[in-house]
Design a protein around this ligand. Structure first.
Ligand SMILES: C[S@@+](CC[C@H](N)C(=O)[O-])C[C@H]1O[C@@H](n2cnc3c(N)ncnc32)[C@H](O)[C@@H]1O
Length: 294
């Protein structure tokens, strides 16, 4: 049998390409050569599961109904995640960023810290952020902590709201953290209500410019890698505009914005890079931006 897979029965290359373009146009996710096989396999499976004969039937249904469109999209999302996925990022968050923002915002009234986990998948990332803040002694109950966690995938968000985890996902959670922040249930470990209250989950497509208010930090890890260069630039610019001066952007390890024309200050700490939005004063005096620019 030939190694190369041709189009699925009833699914032409042209139809596949139309579906690919529809998904990219609406979500920004692009399926390049390296993910072409994954894409065609998933679309073919979906076509069979729906009992549809031809790709045109699927396209018609997706264009007509958002439910049909989302049903296919769900199967195309890569939602791999885990608690404290990059320990060095959380260490930098705890030891560098939180103390800095604590000092900066301590005298503000109300004393609020707003964080956006953009592309939060099944919730491990926003809960890791919440645990780090809860374990940081400097953030007592007198702080108003708001974590907005958004994703385009509805199924992942449902799981995130339940907050029940098991197995590999919990691999980097310490015994102390398990005891302090989780309750054992029949299906795994459930995040305690006190922590769940800090996180608001919402379905949101990053390809649409939805207003979320000003943020002190944005975590958008392992999401930009799926977008085209153009979309990446637009999104990074939007993150810049959304952040408070002195706020931070956290990206995944393989995501670099070094060639983009935004004015983030890149801070290299061990094996991670943090992106800080300079203050107005720092922008006027570039020598104040000591640690380099992205
Ligand atoms: C690989 S997961 C990353 C999860 C988490 N941030 C982490 O690093 O562990 C990528 C997530 O981005 C979401 N995503 C992809 N395109 C999106 C879009 N256009 N709008 C919102 N979320 C999107 C996917 O549904 C998925 O949950």
């Amino acid at each position: 049998m030939s190694e190369r897979q041709g189009p699925a029965h009833g699914l032409s290359e042209h139809e596949l390409s139309e579906i690919r373009m529809l998904i990219e146009e609406r979500t920004g996710i692009c399926f390049d050569e390296s993910r072409a096989r994954f894409f065609s396999t998933r679309v073919k499976e979906h076509l069979c599961a729906k009992g549809l004969e031809r790709g045109t039937d699927l396209l018609r249904a997706m264009r007509k109904s958002n439910i049909e469109y989302e049903a296919l999209l769900e199967g195309l999302l890569t939602q791999e995640t885990s608690f404290f996925r990059y320990p060095s990022v959380y260490e930098a968050f705890e030891k560098r960023v939180l103390p800095e923002l604590h000092v900066k915002k301590f005298w503000k009234n109300p004393r609020t810290l707003r964080i956006w986990s953009a592309g939060c998948s099944t919730g491990e990332e926003p809960y890791s952020i919440a645990i780090t803040i809860a374990d940081s002694l400097s953030f007592s109950d007198s702080w108003n902590v708001e974590i907005l966690a958004t994703d385009v995938g509805r199924l992942a968000l449902k799981q995130a709201e339940r907050g029940v985890y098991s197995g590999r996902s919990l691999g980097s959670v310490s015994q102390e953290q398990l005891a302090a922040h989780f309750t054992k249930t029949q299906n795994g470990q459930q995040v305690k209500p006190r922590l769940r209250k800090l996180v608001t989950f919402a379905q949101m497509n990053l390809a649409s410019a939805v207003y979320v208010g000003r943020m002190d930090m944005i975590f958008c890890m392992n999401v930009l890698i799926y977008f085209s260069e153009e979309r990446r630039r637009a999104l990074v610019q939007r993150f810049y505009d959304t952040l408070e001066p002195g706020g931070y952007l956290f990206l995944g390890h393989s995501e670099s914005i070094s060639k983009m024309p935004v004015k983030f200050q890149a801070i290299v700490l061990n094996d991670c890079i943090l992106y800080r939005k300079p203050t107005a004063e720092e922008l006027q005096k570039p020598e104040l931006v000591a640690e380099g620019r992205a």
